[in-house]
Structures are given as structure tokens and as C-alpha cells.
Design a binder for this molecule. Structure first.
Ligand code: SF4
Length: 65
């Protein structure tokens, strides 16, 4: 699974990190999401990654493959 973040949409709420801290982080300085593993989510974290996508109120996260 590949996750891509649209940083023009990301507002840094951190809801994605709350839903799936193993997949998402939010930078303190810039207040934007970082998708760990360069977005290439390991199979065992795919469900968590999808939860994070669904949790984002800005629709900034997308599953691309
Ligand atoms: S929930 Fe969405 S808007 Fe908030 S930090 Fe995560 S990706 Fe960005």
C-alpha cells in the first residue's frame, strides 16, 4: 500500500497520528503530516494506515496503490 499526503491540504490536526501513530507523524516545526516508510506502508500496518486516511478531515491523505 502506498499513501500520499497532499501538504497543501494538510492543516496539522494530527488526527491521522492519533488513529495510526505507527504510520503517521506530524512535525512540530511545520505542523504537517509525515507518512512513515516514505509512504510505502508495510502490510501489517495497512489497516491502521487506512484508518488514518479516513480520519483526516482535510482529505489530505490518499491511498494510491
Ligand atoms: S489528519 Fe489530515 S490534516 Fe491533520 S495532520 Fe493528518 S493529514 Fe494533516
Amino acid at each position: 500500500m502506498k499513501i500520499v499526503a497532499d501538504l497543501d491540504k494538510c492543516q496539522g490536526h494530527g488526527l491521522c497520528r492519533m488513529s495510526a501513530p505507527d504510520v503517521y507523524d506530524v512535525t512540530v516545526d511545520e505542523g504537517q503530516v509525515i507518512v512513515k516508510f516514505d509512504g510505502d506502508v508495510p502490510e501489517e500496518l495497512e489497516d491502521a494506515a487506512a484508518l488514518g486516511v479516513d480520519s483526516c478531515p482535510e482529505i489530505a491523505l490518499s491511498i494510491v496503490e
